[in-house]
Write a protein that binds this ligand. Structure first.
Ligand code: TPP
Length: 625
């Protein structure tokens, strides 16, 4: 096994091309072994094995810096940078992160997880290099999906302007998670298939082969000649026009060619360069090659046939897709919007029913929100679904383009709360504190699929302003739900689920389940509790809460979000002052970034599972006496 001998990237340098290819196969095999058990972002990682080897072979990492955009494709990088054995623990509590993390390794330049940050980081590095008189190389590896995001364009704008020594590797596999969308994607596709571009590709490779690896004066001369020629062959080439020298497209699975190209590009010291490589998402594993969206981010699967191991229960996202699919047939004003997350948000179901009324805007959360605002202002009914963590990108749009003008969008906040194995870049812990503070919003949190469905029907006909609904990852606990029926829902009313005089448990969203478990455990200790499902974060039923708390000895709040700025804090500062002394605790997450692990493990770690809460309550009550 060659892999056993690779303890650090410099070990690659003694391998020849055929050994590097052998190593690539071993890495794929190992990755599949681990990820079929742990789950993870296998398709993107399988696609960049050769690229990873070529980059570490040609460049002098960690001095030269590789910045992986999103970072979900970093598995081969982790394996060859001294973390081969630890890779078995990926995405588990206290194990390796599924994304680059500088605290884990000097080879991980930045924490990433959200897309399209690599180009800004790279130009920042390059400017710092200049100012600090450092000579190292800076590389950003960005996919064809991620380069379409606004933030990447903003960085390209500056990169082309400043003309610093930045190397961009554009990893083009024609996919974001699903098939890539948008005009830039179309443009890249044209480059790959158009005969004119193909001619230019050959020429680009021939010319770069003529650039001497050493000797700046000579290479400058060759660059000028090549530039003049490129200008004649394809005057409108987007990147060239922006001031970024374009090379490619080349086969991203051909290690020899990658090494050749990268070695020569490395020695062009002036100005930004972009190497366009073509890869296959899921390369080397047939089920993933055949279905890249399924294997983009996947739970444990049977390695032999690619079938997922966990049985599919109806998730909150499924409820969204199925309910909206039905609603779309009865109301033609309904449209749905996704920012490159059609599958994860359940909206592929809507697409089947409503076809042209699903808009996938690409990785463009900010644009998605403002776009939805304009649709709403024209009388359409936009349901826009975004994961809580990615919605952080669009906070200004929610305030400026939606809140102020009371645009009646229906904002579906998926993966709200902790999301488990993806960890700190992906937990959705900020939305409560932000959205409940934007005036004019109604803000709801169902605890199960039935409530979510009823809220969707309510949102359909609500036109006075925006409605946001937050719901977690995972099972909606509503197995036989029907989507063409609903119960009338009205915001601003709590729902009491049990009665007890000792403690009021005020719970939001998926924490209602924890509250019910807690109620049972407390009962065994002869402590009676009233469990309350808050349902409506805004307007909050403060009267209902006060009435209930008045009749119980103490109260606590439970939410899947940060304590600071959360609902518990809000209730404590707004509840009648007489009742404040009944407050015991606000359960939620403390002021720190929450790492990865199973949700249950994380709740336990932060003492917000039912058993820990019971112990905390008993202790506080004792201390109070
Ligand atoms: C701001 C943001 N929105 C959405 C996502 C979810 N997401 C993760 S990877 C990905 C697709 C990236 O496509 P591409 O850059 O082409 O990389 P590939 O996986 O195809 O290699 C998306 C949409 C994200 N990470 N960040």
């Amino acid at each position: 096994m060659l892999l056993e001998s690779i303890k650090k990237p410099s070990d690659l340098k003694r391998l020849n091309t055929s050994e590097l290819n052998e190593l690539a196969a071993e890495i794929r095999n190992y990755m599949l072994d681990v990820v079929s058990v742990r789950g993870g972002h296998i398709a993107s990682s399988l696609g960049v094995v050769e690229l990873t080897l070529a980059l570490h072979y040609v460049f002098n990492t960690p001095k030269d810096k590789i910045i992986w955009d999103v970072g979900h494709q970093c598995y081969a990088h982790k394996i060859i940078t001294g973390r081969k054995d630890a890779f078995r623990t990926i995405r588990t509590l206290n194990g390796l992160s599924g994304f680059p993390k500088p605290s884990e390794s000097v080879y991980d330049t930045y924490c990433t997880g959200h897309s399209s940050t690599s180009l800004s980081l790279a130009i920042g590095e390059a400017v710092a290099n200049d100012l600090l008189k450092r000579k190292n190389k800076v590389l950003a590896v960005i996919g064809d999906g991620s380069i379409g995001a606004g933030m990447a364009f903003e960085a390209l704008n500056q990169i082309g302007h400043l003309k610093k020594d930045v190397i961009i590797i554009l990893n083009d596999n024609e996919h974001s998670i699903s098939k890539n969308v948008g005009a830039l994607g179309r443009y890249l596709m044209k480059m790959i298939t158009d005969p004119l571009y193909n001619k230019m590709r050959k020429r680009s490779f021939e010319w770069i082969k003529k650039i001497p690896r050493y000797g700046n004066a000579i290479s400058d001369f060759f660059i000028k000649v090549e530039e003049a020629l490129k200008g004649v062959i394809i005057p409108g080439l987007l990147f060239e026009e922006l001031g970024i020298r374009y090379f490619g497209p080349v086969d991203g699975h051909n290690i020899e060619m990658l090494i050749e190209m990268l070695s020569r590009i490395k020695h062009i010291n002036s100005g930004p360069k972009l190497l366009h490589i073509i890869t296959k998402k899921g390369k080397g594993y047939e089920p993933a090659e055949n279905n890249p969206p399924k294997f983009h981010g996947i739970g444990p699967f049977n390695r032999k046939n690619g079938i997922c191991i966990n049985k599919n229960q109806l998730s909150f996202s499924d409820v969204i897709g199925k309910t909206l699919a039905h609603i779309s047939t009865i109301d033609k004003k309904v449209v749905a919007i996704t920012a490159a997350m059609k599958l994860g948000t359940g909206l592929s179901e809507f697409e089947k029913a409503a076809g042209g009324r699903l808009f996938d805007v690409g990785i463009a959360e900010q644009h998605a929100v403002t776009f939805a605002g304009a649709l709403a202002s024209n009388g359409l009914k936009p349901f826009i679904s975004i994961y809580s963590t990615f919605l952080q990108r669009a906070i200004d749009q929610l305030i400026h383009d939606i809140g102020i003008m009371k645009m009646p969008i229906k904002l579906l906040i998926d993966r709200a709360g902790i999301v488990g194995d993806d960890g700190e870049t992906h937990h959705g812990l900020f939305d409560i504190s932000i959205i409940k503070n934007i005036p004019n919003f109604i803000f709801l949190a169902p605890s199960n699929g039935e409530e979510l469905r009823d809220m969707l029907y309510y949102a359909l006909d609500y036109t006075k302003g925006p409605i946001a609904i937050r719901y977690p990852r995972g099972s909606a606990n509503s197995p036989d739900l029907e989507f063409n029926k609903f119960n009338k829902f009205l915001p601003g009313k709590i729902k009491q689920l049990s009665e007890g005089k000792d403690l009021a448990i005020l719970a939001v969203g998926d924490m209602v389940e924890t509250a019910l478990k807690l109620n049972k455990i407390l009962k065994e200790k002869k402590i009676g509790s009233s469990v309350v499902n808050i349902l409506s974060i805004k307007p909050l039923d403060l009267n209902g809460i006060e009435k209930l708390v008045r009749n119980t000895k103490n109260y606590i709040t439970l939410e899947n979000g940060y304590i600071s700025g959360g609902i518990g804090e809000y209730i404590l500062s707004n509840i009648h002052s007489d009742l404040r002394k009944k407050y015991l605790l606000s359960a939620g997450f403390p002021d720190e970034f929450i790492s990865h692990g199973k949700n249950a493990e994380l709740f336990k770690k932060y003492n917000i599972d039912a058993e820990s809460l019971c112990q905390r309550i008993v202790k506080i009550v004792k201390e109070k006496k």
